[in-house]
Design a protein around this ligand. Structure first.
Ligand code: CP
Length: 317
């Protein structure tokens, strides 16, 4: 298995099957630190730099929380407008990371341009973690989701997946690439203008992913062991910031998971994942049902980032 020490985490297309299991193993080892709300000193000599060119609640703060749980330090920015990249100078990714690499030992970057973290990785002498790039990928979120499935179901192989939402979303791309390493059929449900591109579908066929597309969640929910939902009422992820203006509309029933739908059609032991933020695609009254696992996902989001930071910093092989 390739070493994680010093490695960039940019895409799940790069991940080998045994590497997923290694990450899950380290996450499980470190999980008690977070569960007991303690901090350790595993990364006490290390600093995480957060470079966020787009808004985030979970990804940035979960990485920061993970670093703090491991005894490390955190610096960085969450609003690029207050840096030289976001003012008159429009400072390049290269020039920015050539500074940031001296301020810490690992950089987590979120950017509105697809491929920006890959560009950063070309220039940085420290590992770059992709915290979501445009309509590209969001590898740490899907590693979190896979870990959640491992913890909740005890396995990933052999489970049927249903993915509902905007297939242009970076999480959906990391999900599809990640599942190519497991024995998991997946059904995608999305509006016509939010489908996987033909290029992406050809790539997934090349990687032997067993997938199909249907029009309505009702056509596929009965077979699903894992239901992963994202909004279809979405901002434009290629913008640095997309404020809501006027009426953005409601989610059509084709892409909505309601309490009634779960009770009438879902397997009784299926699990429902949503990384959040959400619109109305999962109403709040679903939160208390036995299917929902999104608060466990939130906890696992910290644990997974602890594992990734420990691995890329080389304190555990
Ligand atoms: N799921 C996710 O990436 O959330 P944030 O945008 O809040 O980081």
């Amino acid at each position: 298995m390739r070493s994680f020490a010093g490695r960039d985490i940019l895409s799940l297309k790069d991940f080998e099957r045994n590497e997923f299991f290694r990450v899950f193993e380290i996450a499980e080892e470190l999980e008690p630190i977070a569960r007991n709300r303690r901090n350790s000193d595993l990364l006490k000599e290390k600093t995480l730099v957060t470079a966020f060119y787009q808004p985030s609640t979970r990804t940035r703060l979960a990485h920061e929380a993970a670093m703090i749980r491991l005894g490390g330090q955190v610096t960085g920015f969450s609003d690029a407008k207050m840096t030289r990249a976001g003012d008159f100078y429009q400072e390049s990714i290269k020039d920015t990371v050539k500074m940031l690499e001296f301020y810490g030992d690992v950089i987590v970057m979120r950017h509105f341009q697809q491929g920006a973290p890959h560009e950063a990785a070309k220039w940085a002498s420290v590992p770059i973690i992709n915290g979501g790039d445009g309509w590209g990928e969001h590898p740490t979120q899907i590693l979190t989701d896979f870990y959640t499935v491992m913890r909740e179901k005890g396995r990933i192989d052999g489970l049927n997946w249903l993915a509902v939402g905007d297939m242009r979303m970076r999480t959906m791309h990391s999900l599809a690439y990640g599942l190519t390493q497991f024995d998991c059929p997946i059904t995608f449900v999305s509006p016509a203008d939010q489908r996987l591109t033909d290029e992406m579908k050809a790539d997934l066929k090349n990687y032997n992913l067993n997938f199909r597309e249907v029009e309505h969640v009702e056509e596929a929910i009965a077979d699903a062991d894992v239901i992963l939902v994202e909004p279809v009422v979405q901002p434009d992820y290629t913008k640095s910031r997309d404020e809501r203006s006027g009426d953005v509309g409601l989610t059509p029933s084709n892409y909505k998971i309601t309490r009634e739908l779960l009770a009438n059609k879902a397997k009784s032991d299926a699990i429902l994942l949503h990384s959040l933020p959400r619109m109305d695609e999962i109403p709040a009254d679903v939160d208390i049902t036995r299917w929902s696992r999104y608060w466990q996902e939130a906890f696992n989001g910290v644990v997974m980032r602890m594992a990734l930071l420990a691995l890329v910093m080389g304190v555990t092989e």
